[in-house]
Design a protein around this ligand. Structure first.
Ligand code: NAP
Ligand code: FE
Length: 369
């Protein structure tokens, strides 16, 4: 029988008002640490909704609004300390993937006062505080994944930690919070979601359930991406993207991601390229590589994306004028990034293990000077 092993314990609430009208916070405790970015949670209205809903429910709360894009390990460690001092019993994370990942880490550090920052990757720990997630971007799927991805300067890279305790208790998917996201970030986050569904499709852990989720997600996301390219940022487009990105998050909650992500981190860490934008450089070549081991699956991906081949997929991902794929790096940097990512666990987790020479050739082709 088909392998359909699957675990994803997140309660998803969706649609306009799903968070604003939620009342049962007390099920998670009476003191809450809100974790968010500097401006977006305010701009999209979710923070005001959170404060009103928590007050109405009689919950005391603190706000830690210092999360930067690609959150730093030091920032979330400090957030964990402040949440503990406040006596937080649960975390409410509001934002894109950065504040959601940060909220998970704050919840973990708050529950583990004896952990030094980098021990989050190595030491056993007690379960994190319960996490509620409100997303304001449609991309990372962090609201339904067990991963928290942090920037670690000592490694000159980003690094994830994971655990079943990092799954949100509830993911609130209200597309109206994503309306204020500018077009460039809308495109970048949509490509991140597409890369989750596509990479997940080629991971060794893909199975009947993750395939079904990925195939549906890809259709939604390519439709959404074409709408963004055409300048349609309507609520309907936002809904399509959020639906697709949450399904894609469920895919990677089982499968993990491939070299698109590990190589993309190099562009984000070293050149500040937003996460999904960085993925866009490498996703088409990833599919072409995977075709060497799984040609039928690659054909399915092209079909679902509405393209003939890898070159047409690259053209689609490069067709948004607000997300140009024009980074030009020296050969020395291409070599360094290939060396740094070839050993990543993402590389070995795929059905085809890309070789060093192949990865370097992709870097040279896509971002070489
Ligand atoms: P983000 O880094 O959370 O946000 C990017 C920018 O968009 C920030 O400046 C943010 O402002 C702004 N923004 C967010 N929502 C907005 C809104 N509704 N209106 C206006 N501006 C808004 O972007 P992201 O792509 O969602 O998250 C990327 C992070 O997620 C990376 O660190 C990546 O590694 C991680 N990730 C995690 C997973 C996972 O499974 N956990 C998977 C993929 C990626 P503020 O700074 O004010 O918030
Ligand atoms: Fe991602």
């Amino acid at each position: 029988m088909a392998n359909m092993d699957f675990f994803n314990p997140v309660r998803i609430l969706s649609g306009e008002g799903c968070f604003r009208n939620f009342k049962d916070f007390v099920a998670f405790g009476s003191r809450c640490a809100i974790v968010c970015g500097k401006t977006s949670a305010k701009k999209c209205g979710a923070l005001a909704d959170a404060e009103a809903a928590l007050r109405a429910a009689g919950i005391d709360y603190m706000i830690f609004d210092r999360i930067e894009p690609n959150p730093m390990l030091a920032t979330v460690y400090e957030g964990g300390r402040l949440a503990r001092v406040f006596g937080a019993e649960f975390v409410l994370a509001i934002g894109g993937g950065s504040p959601l990942d940060a909220g998970k880490a704050v919840a973990a550090f708050a529950a583990n006062p004896d952990l030094a920052p980098e021990e989050i990757y190595t030491a056993p720990r007690k379960p994190a505080l319960p996490i509620l997630a409100v997303n304001t971007t449609a991309g990372t799927g962090s609201e339904v994944t067990p991963y928290s991805i942090l920037t670690v300067p000592s490694l000159e890279n980003k690094k994830s930690f994971a655990g079943d305790d990092l799954y949100a208790k509830i993911a609130f998917c209200d597309p109206t919070y994503t309306l204020s996201l500018p077009r460039s970030f809308t495109m970048s986050t949509a490509v991140d979601a597409l890369s989750h569904a596509v990479e997940g499709y080629f991971m060794k852990k893909a199975n009947a359930v993750s395939d079904a989720l990925a195939e549906k997600a890809i259709v939604l996301l390519q439709t959404g991406i074409r709408a963004i390219v055409a300048g349609d940022l309507s609520l309907k487009t936002r809904e399509t993207l959020l639906y697709g990105s949450t399904l894609a998050g469920m895919v990677i909650s089982r499968t993990g991601t491939g070299f698109v992500h590990s190589t993309g981190y190099m562009l984000t860490y070293n050149h500040g390229t937003p996460h999904g934008w960085a993925n866009a450089y490498f996703l088409p070549d990833f599919v072409a590589c995977m075709a060497k081991a799984a040609p039928e699956r690659a054909e399915t991906i092209y079909k679902l994306c509405g393209v003939a081949d890898s070159a047409e997929l690259a053209a689609l991902l490069g067709s948004c004028d607000e997300m140009p794929l024009d980074l030009k790096l020296s050969d020395e940097l291409c070599v360094r990034y290939a060396e740094k990512t070839i050993g990543a666990k993402n590389v070995a987790n795929a059905v085809y293990t890309v070789g060093y020479d192949e990865l370097l050739a992709i870097l040279r082709k896509r971002v070489g000077a």
